[in-house]
Design a protein around this ligand. Sequence first.
Ligand SMILES: O=P(O)(O)OC[C@H]1O[C@](O)(CO)[C@@H](O)[C@@H]1O
Length: 545
Amino acid sequence: MTQLTQSPAWQALSQLSGNLPHMRKLFADNPQRFEQMSLKQCGLFLDYSKNRVTDAVLQQLLALAEEAGLEQKIAAMFSGEIINTTEQRAVLHTALRAPADADIRVDGVNVVPEVQATLDKMEQFVADIHQGNWKGYTGKTITDVVSIGIGGSFLGPKIASEALRPYWTGAVKCHYVANVDATSIAEKLKLVDPETTLFLTSSKSFGTQETLTNTLSAKAWFLANGGTQQDVAKHFAAITSNVAKATDFGIDETNIFPMWDWVGGRYSLWSAIGLPIALLVGMDNFRALLAGAREMDAHFASAPFSENMPVLMGMLSLWYNNFFNAQSHVVLTYDHYLRGLPAYFQQLDMESNGKSAKMDGSQVDYSTGPVIWGGEGTNGQHAYHQLLHQGTALIPADFILPLQSHNPLGEHHIQLASNCFGQTQALMQGRTFDEAMAELKNSKLSDAEKTVIAKHKEMAGNKPSNTILMDKLTPQTLGALIALYEHRTLVQGTIWDINSFDQWGVELGKTLGNDVLARLAADGDCDALDASSNGLINAFKKGNI
Ligand SMILES: O=P(O)(O)OC[C@H]1O[C@](O)(CO)[C@@H](O)[C@@H]1O
């Protein structure tokens, strides 16, 4: 057993997990449960009362966080210590939204002035595009932006853009290209005109195969459709920490926005990587997004653990993962604009906490990051919710609902909310056999048949969920919501003693992909690898099965 699993809090939690009353009883015994187990912060309201927790459990979960040194880890992150030890990097996405007068040092240099200068450069760029001062090669204004990037250089901006659709200014349209599959870029290029399109390459490393290949294809298309080499500067810009590589690639240095190695890709939408968001919603709204995240940062850094939203959410999810063997966690957004958020949280959490080596290199002997998945409500209710209610796996859920809709139309929103609350209630209370039998009272079935049907209708309930409410989905509340999940990730990574900020598994995939690429391009059959890999490579070379 490791230090973590031997710790007093872990041992106490282990004991408690086997001795908990059903949530129905917990609610019946304590009419104050909702008031006691909910909190409001940063424009978000969290109801965590529908969890398998008692005061004693919460106390031990918070003790576990303390024993694991969470307070110190939070302070270390905010102050720019090298907490990404395998890459020797600070982790400072919080500096991207820090107050302009903050002093946050990396290698003795305050990084806040360059963050602010980049925001100012973005502001100027957005104004130039929106006001038509930035002209394409034939003197026309820019109407379309094609954002090329993948992973963290894609999903955050894409999901935030989608979420903030009610705030789009209409000045430009934005198209996202990520996959190296030619179909992705080919379909987007069908929608745009070279005279009025700006290509924005987002790549921290400027070395990612998919992004470079897509940018090359965009450039080839531009040159084949009227643009010349001299016109490239008017139509290609980049966001990267590798300025030399971007200029070698042919991007004009004045069109390059900086990125820093102290920002992880999946935490980067707050940097110039978020430029497509700013182009869609305007810089004031982009700054409001930052302000929402900043508010959550301040809360996370200062609130006692018992009132700290990211800490509570992180510890509750860990409770099910480590003590109830819950292998996945579902995020259910009851808002069409937030339909992409589960995919974004999936990348954030699974790339961060999908690890099995501890900080000192030894192996964990407990489970770490669960599978994160989900989708928009109510759609999921007619699909995978069946398994949430009656499947054999325990899947804790987060329900997210804005109280006011951006599209107040008839009865839609009240119905949406009723479904959201109805689901959390059904998950919690389930349906007893007696209740199911009572529902069948007037049916014409025999008693034996009723018993069988009632057995199928019976639901254990006691399925945990959090409900997150906000008045309305705004740039500010979105910023707070995303920062909440970012910090929740750090909380869990700290307890598990893993590095939430590297991604060596992904890197191996990149390396082997490049090796295979060379073999696919080489002449003759491949016989150097395992039989399956050889067979697949040779089938591709042959071009038919
Ligand atoms: O921004 P880059 O350097 O092109 O990297 C893209 C993505 O690739 C990864 O390294 C791995 O998927 C992510 O962490 C990153 O966001």
